[in-house]
Design a protein. Structure first.
Lengths: 588, 86
């Protein structure tokens, strides 16, 4: 059986499984559509949260970004796990006690202001749509490879599948489907990593293999990697290259963004008790850590394998000839995400850091006229099993896993967007008497709109999947997280403070991002680039942490200059701080 | 719910626990993983240094322990101060 058929078989079988579960657990009432009837066990909920959380960014994109940059991109690892600590301690139990369905509902009630609720809806939509753009990038990469079409066609097919999938199930379908998706994605991520770790180090646990000895050279794996990348003029893998300030702000943005993303928070509304909300955050991180502890190993080992593929006789010898290139390179050339350009016309694939000044002399001496191989970082994880010559079923499994990751998150996000529009905007504001049927219809229209916008922008994305997703985190960090936290931990912050804080955080962060990534992410309309940012070393992906500080500061100043919140709001804050009396959540 | 002395003490105990947990949270990630990495560079771990390990794996393991410790401790405090869900 050839690889194409095998891919179709694996992807088809897993899709049939998810859709089967979605039909079996079809959402009936609106309350089931949003929050699965609140009967989900913490371990189940943790696993579903992990699937919901780990998207194309974590599965397809992150290890590739780590592979090509090394230590500096550790921010993704710390940021996307450290946020769960904030979630467990600062938000999840209190929001569960509050007992409503959506994040804007909490903000609207706590800050006794329909305006605050509307501003929260806008923040949620901006962050979630940006996030979906990143998912679409990943979906496009995955579909283009396994269907063997160009990237744009892959994106269109992927968008159609995501839409059909999200419309079919509500959260209830999604909760059990996501447990299945978690199992598929973690298996797909781990199996090739175990094979590769065994090949390179003899250690079956990739997380340990990363710090073990590289069998072929007898050196520690990371030392060997540092050596070969520097042989080609690239920066030392384990060394810090960029600005420390930027790395700290980037990590912080990802952490507080994690705790501010509505589609993750919404999952903690679905556990039976406040105590379970605390455990759920822990279980979610257990299931996430299984992938996140493996990811840095996948990145480092893939980089080493890629260099060994291009330079089979060592970095000091000539690279392979284009005509002798392995099948996986030919496959990826079809998608346009891997390209070869024979700059010096010798038919060999020279791949090195042409941007390094200190390496220029060596390159000239070897007769190299520029780096000839261009590899999109988002393909690395999907191509990884092919690079390592693993069996065909492993390659097919990884394709299925990557799609599971992208699909589960895209569905969760679309649900959060449609909930915000149909429940908070239309039912909560414009037409309170709307029927359940009308509300569900608006939810689906909102999903369709979000998919169309994200697909259009996904064609020319503002960055690799994980970078676009990082922008979404910055936006959530600057707008939603501070409002939620102040709503719980301060009795003094009032309606005006919250509204102005959220607006200031969102607008300043959005401006900074648009100045660097183009207005509304349209390519070519940017004034600055992340290589040379507006404010010192602070890249647009790191600005969320500053936006959050602005949000806190403005809210504090405005609140103190205006009247105190009324007594019933102070009572409400008192009440959400203690678990006693948490009943089932109510709709209104 | 009315403000009672017991609720106040419960909240203060919660804030203390959260503060200490977040100090450790910041120490392992921003501290050992980034800012203090040069200080830890003498401690070799598998071809690199301890700071690299904290940045790529160690901090995640500490985060896990922190959340489970917090959940366990808070659920006990709930009962101790009589504010748990019946």
């Amino acid at each position: 059986m050839d690889q194409y058929t095998l891919n179709l078989l694996f992807v088809g079988a897993t899709f049939a499984l998810y859709i089967g579960i979605a039909i079996w657990a079809r959402a009936g009432s609106t309350s089931e559509f949003y929050a699965a009837g609140r009967g989900v066990h913490p371990v189940t909920n943790g696993m579903a949260t992990a699937a919901d959380w780990m998207s194309a960014a974590s599965f397809i994109s992150m290890a590739g970004l780590i592979a090509f940059t090394g230590y500096d991109n550790s921010s993704f690892l710390m940021g996307w796990t450290g946020g769960y600590v904030l979630l467990a301690m600062l938000l999840a139990p209190y929001l569960r006690k509050f007992g409503k369905f959506t994040v804007p509902e909490f903000i609207g009630d706590r800050f006794y202001s329909p305006t605050a609720r509307m501003v929260a809806v806008v923040c949620l939509i901006v962050a979630s749509v940006t996030y979906v753009i990143g998912q679409m990038t990943g979906v496009g990469v995955a579909f283009s490879r396994f269907l063997e079409v160009d990237n744009a066609t892959g994106l269109y097919i992927g968008a159609a599948v995501v839409f059909i999938y999200a419309v079919m199930g509500g959260m209830k379908g999604v909760t059990y489907t996501q447990v299945a998706q978690y199992v598929v994605l973690i298996t797909a991520y781990t199996i090739p990593a175990v094979f590769i770790s065994l090949q390179l180090t003899g250690n079956p646990i990739p997380a340990l293999g990363l710090f073990a000895e590289h069998t072929a050279s007898g050196l520690p794996l990371l030392e060997r990697l540092d050596q070969v990348v520097q042989d080609l003029g690239f920066a030392e893998y384990t060394g810090a290259q960029g600005s420390t300030l930027n790395m700290i702000l980037f990590t912080l943005s990802l952490m507080i963004g994690t705790a501010g993303l509505p589609h993750v928070i919404i999952r903690f509304f679905t556990v039976p008790r406040v105590a379970d909300a605390r455990w759920s955050a822990g279980w979610a991180l257990v299931f996430i850590a299984l992938l996140y502890l493996t990811a840095p190993a996948v990145g480092a080992m893939a980089r080493l394998n890629l260099i060994d593929t291009v330079y089979p006789n060592g970095t000091a010898e000539a690279p392979i000839a284009y005509d002798d290139r392995p099948v996986w390179m030919q496959n990826w050339e079809v998608t346009g995400l891997l390209t070869f350009n024979d700059a010096n016309g010798d038919g060999l694939i020279q791949w090195y850091n042409a941007g390094s000044e200190s390496f220029a002399a060596t390159a000239a001496e070897r007769g190299w006229a520029g780096s000839e191989l261009s590899v999109n970082r988002d393909i690395l994880v999907l191509a990884n099993p092919e690079i390592a010559n693993l069996p065909g079923w492993v390659i097919a499994l990884v394709a299925a896993g990557g799609l599971a990751a992208a699909l589960s998150t895209a569905a969760g996000l679309l649900l959060a967007i449609s909930g915000a529009i149909s429940h908070d905007l239309i039912k909560g504001q414009l037409n309170p008497n709307i029927s359940e049927k009308g509300e569900l219809m608006w939810a689906r229209i909102a999903m369709a709109g979000a998919v169309v916008v994200a697909t259009y922008l996904g064609l020319n994305p503002p960055g690799f999947a994980a970078q676009t997703v990082a922008l979404a985190f910055g936006l959530a960090a600057a707008s939603i997280f501070p409002a939620l936290m102040m709503g719980i931990f301060s009795k003094r912050v009032n309606n005006k403070g919250a509204v102005w804080g959220m607006l200031a955080g969102l607008i300043v962060t959005l401006l900074y991002i648009f100045l660097h990534k183009g207005w509304f992410f349209i390519p070519g309309t940017n004034t600055f680039t992340d290589a040379d940012p507006l404010l010192g070393p602070i890249k647009s992906t790191s600005f969320g942490a500053i936006g959050a500080l602005i949000n806190f500061g403005v809210a504090y100043v405005v609140s103190n200059a205006t009247e105190e919140p009324p007594q019933e709001i102070i009572d409400l804050v008192e009440s959400i701080r203690v678990p006693r009396g948490a009943g089932a959540a109510q709709d209104h | 719910m009315a403000e009672t002395p017991s609720n106040n003490e419960y909240w203060a105990a919660n804030i203390r626990l959260v503060t200490w947990s977040l100090v450790i949270w910041a120490l392992v990630s921003f501290g050992f993983g980034i800012l203090l990495r040069p200080l830890l560079s003498g401690i070799a771990v598998g071809g690199t240094d301890l700071g690299f390990w904290f940045a790529q794996q160690g901090s995640i393991l500490v985060f896990l322990v922190l959340i489970f410790f917090y959940a366990w401790r808070m659920n006990k405090l709930d009962i101790q101060y009589g504010v748990d869900e019946e």
